[in-house]
Design a protein around this ligand. Structure first.
Ligand code: GLC
Length: 741
């Protein structure tokens, strides 16, 4: 049967199937079409569908595959990543569809993490907006531009919980909290996949990195992950589950080992947990050559054994490793891998390709006119600006130094103030920084060139102090100083762990000299991880955490500085006072000698640093202030079938309108195992005009209080609880309630 015939029959059949689509019947009809294709496939062609190669358009790992185009033509490669634009993907798709024997369309994957061309704030920054609609919008726009550029699969959302700021990849996640991380993971999947993967401008999401990649020992990327099963199930698993429950149809296995087994070869993770416990129906792709790396891990002697272990564990697709390509057929012939393993994998992969509509129209995503219309559209740039301003966190604002007043003479200092590349952060996909405006450009546009003096002062890294005098001279001429400091965008993301998390180079040294001029100093931070800001917090009058805010970051930062937008972000990772406190996170355990004991010595403390962080989880200031009433409970006894409502009255007591993220935490006072001192169970971002009050109500149901108990069963335990509500995890009101049998 010729390929054209295959595609025609399938397209017609599927089209008719889609006309009677109820989810089940559509799934059933897709399975029938998948079976009809699989019956035509040779073993080589089946293995080809389990192969993913990178193009040479981008480099995101340690190896490049030469001759991937020939492999497509031969049917040895059914999927490509790091290729984009409608024109180039059309070229490759044409080879697959018209030159390979069966004409099975390609998947085109790319790391559209926080934008494709229009770039949004890095994911950690976005998470600080606590605005699920904005986060979903960011993923929606990213999907629209990616799909218009020929991409039908993104390697996102990254759902790795992390309490390790030394680990550079915290920049790609949603912070330390399982509840918030779960809500954000689901929002991102909805944004990418929409309601129907067959829609033109939706793309396949990929839940990564499965699993627990965010807990590398010592914060060193790719390092060993060693945690209890209870911590894994209660803290690290929830966001992956939420993304899968939201309909994500691909999962990426991670580089790390878990409980002594590399995730890519872990039957426990990829089958027992992912398939049986979470009910995942999509396909599993490895991370970059992670099958090959099982040899380095030392669980197999060679790549052939690695391939067998990965296939039996539940890996469907080999990213860039060529292990399935080289060894799968022989392993099947030698009976080392059951044919069912391959058939199941190919079925899952083809099922997703049908869901994406690729058999109906392989060129669905290769429309150059649409690409021109969608990429960098004004609406997309506006969306990027909107999310960027909402992601920023006001950490300090002594004496109301902020907002700046238009017309004030401002000295802008720092290399990062003129860098557009750094605004995009890591994993910038196809983002282009050459047309963008820098922070300095935007401040000049807003405040007038004559009112802005710039001096670089020093680089974002290195020890060169040669620019200090010019910076001091510029500052002397100004009313206020805005110093932009932080990390290079290359200092976070993959393979970018740090042994210290201070502001790099001599930036803080220059800040200290500027401070001696006794002028108001505003520090704007650009960084991809929590930093130790204890010194900067002493020196600066105001500090704004801007992360790497994306294509419109310069404008968003400027508008926040001048009060066009009242900052509303809240930290989603704890900022320590000192690296020695790490790992430090709000949902710690009480221990047997908690810090509040009267005994001055024998308690869980440091002799050289307070226990509490510099800035706690959920922290962020505003240009206004908010007052919270005492908490009112609908009942103090929550029954097994009941629910409890907790309400507070929040009032804007300042003199500008603003938004507040009202947060609700609980504590289980006595459990069969020790329980965290707080766990986030709800949040609501409310906008309040000056003097306005709103009642914010949270509903607590017993199921929200479940955990893995001493016997590892999952459920609740009756007893006393505390409930906390406030604007961060530290400054809260509290009440008690009981959970009844
Ligand atoms: C990288 C990353 C992963 C990414 C993949 C493809 O090594 O670990 O997050 O999606 O390779 O670029």
């Amino acid at each position: 049967m010729t390929k054209k015939l295959v595609v025609t029959i399938l397209a017609a059949a599927l089209f008719s199937a889609c006309n009677h689509s109820t989810q089940t019947s559509e799934e059933k009809r897709i399975d029938e079409k998948v079976d009809s294709v699989m019956r035509l496939m040779t073993i080589d062609e089946k293995i080809g569908q389990m192969v993913l190669y990178t193009s040479d358009w981008d480099v995101t790992g340690p190896s490049l595959k030469k001759g991937y185009i020939d492999e497509i033509r031969k049917g040895n490669c059914g999927n490509i990543f790091n290729a984009h634009t409608a024109a180039y993907t059309r070229k490759l798709q044409k080879i697959a569809v018209e030159e390979s024997r069966l004409g099975i369309p390609l998947l085109f994957g790319y790391d559209v993490i926080h934008g494709h061309k229009t770039i949004f704030p890095i994911s950690l920054g976005e998470s600080a907006s606590w605005d699920l609609a904005a986060i979903e919008k960011s993923a929606r726009v990213s999907a629209t531009e990616a799909a218009a550029s020929g991409i039908n699969w993104t390697f996102a959302p990254m759902c790795d919980i992390s309490v390790e700021p030394r680990w550079g990849r915290v920049s790609e996640g949603a912070g330390e909290d399982p509840y918030l991380g779960s809500k954000i993971a689901a929002a991102r999947v909805h944004g990418f996949q929409g309601d129907n993967l067959g829609d033109t401008l939706t793309i396949l999401a990929c839940v990564k990195h499965f699993a627990a990649y965010g807990a590398p020992t010592a914060g060193r990327d790719y390092n060993t992950v060693d945690m209890s099963e209870r911590v894994f199930l209660d803290t690290y698993l929830p966001p992956y589950k939420a993304a899968i429950d939201a309909g994500a149809m691909s999962v990426m296995s991670s580089f790390n080992e878990y409980d002594g087994v590399p995730a890519t070869g872990s039957h426990y993770l990829l089958t027992d947990i992912l398939r049986k416990k979470l009910g995942f129906k999509g396909f599993v792709v490895t991370d970059y050559t992670s099958i090959n790396e099982m040899v380095n891990h030392g669980v197999v002697a060679n790549e052939k054994e690695a391939g067998i272990m990965a296939a039996k564990a539940g890996v469907d697709m080999d990213m860039q490793g060529e292990v399935y390509f080289k060894y799968m057929k022989k392993a099947l012939e030698d009976g080392l891998i059951p044919m069912k393993v391959v058939n199941d994998a190919v079925n899952r992969i083809l099922h997703v390709k049908f869901m994406l509509g690729l058999f109906k129209d392989p060129y669905l995503y290769c429309n150059e006119a649409r690409e021109k219309r969608e990429v960098y559209s004004p609406a997309h740039l506006d969306a990027s600006y909107d999310v960027a301003k909402k992601s920023m966190v006001l950490l300090k604002n002594a004496n109301h130094v902020l907002p700046l007043k238009k017309g004030e003479k401002i000295a802008v200092i720092g290399e990062l103030a003129t860098s557009t590349r750094d605004l995009l952060g890591s994993w910038k996909a196809a983002g282009d920084w050459n047309f963008m405006k820098s922070i300095l450009d935007e401040i000049k546009t807003y405040n007038g060139d004559a009112n802005v003096i710039y001096a670089e002062g020093c680089k974002k890294e290195g020890e060169d102090r040669g620019g200090f005098p010019a910076a001091l001279a510029a500052a002397r001429k100004a009313d206020k100083i805005v110093m932009v400091i932080g990390e290079s965008c290359e200092w976070s993301g993959e393979a970018s762990s740090r042994t210290n998390i201070n502001v790099p180079g001599v930036q803080t040294e220059l800040l200290e000299k500027l401070k001696a001029l006794n002028k108001p100093i505003v520090v704007v931070l650009m960084n991809g991880r929590p930093l130790v800001l204890t010194k900067e917090n002493e020196l600066a009058d105001a500090m704004l955490e801007a992360w790497f805010p994306g294509t419109m970051g310069g404008k968003a930062i400027t508008h926040v500085l001048f009060g066009e937008y009242n900052p509303s972000g809240k930290l989603t990772m704890t900022f320590p006072r000192a690296l020695g406190q790490v790992p430090i996170f709000y949902y710690e355990k009480n221990t047997g000698r908690p810090i509040y004991l009267a005994n001055p010595k024998y308690k869980s403390r440091y002799i050289d640093c307070p226990n509490d962080p510099l800035f706690p989880f959920g922290y962020g200031l505003s240009y206004t202030t908010f007052a919270y009433s005492d908490i009112k409970l609908s009942t103090t006894e929550l029954t097994a079938e009941g629910e409890l409502k907790a309400s507070v009255n929040v009032t804007n007591t300042g003199n500008v309108a603003g938004e507040e993220v009202v947060q609700c935490y609980v504590r289980d006072l006595v459990g069969s195992v020790t329980r965290p001192v707080k766990e986030l169970k709800g949040f609501e971002k409310v906008a309040l005009k000056v003097g306005e009050s709103k009642v914010v109500t949270f509903t607590i149901k017993p199921a929200m209080l479940a955990f893995h108990r001493a016997d590892m069963t999952y459920g609740t335990e009756p007893g006393d609880f505390k409930l906390f509500i406030g604007g961060n995890s530290r400054d809260v009101k509290e009440v008690g309630f009981k959970l009844k049998e």
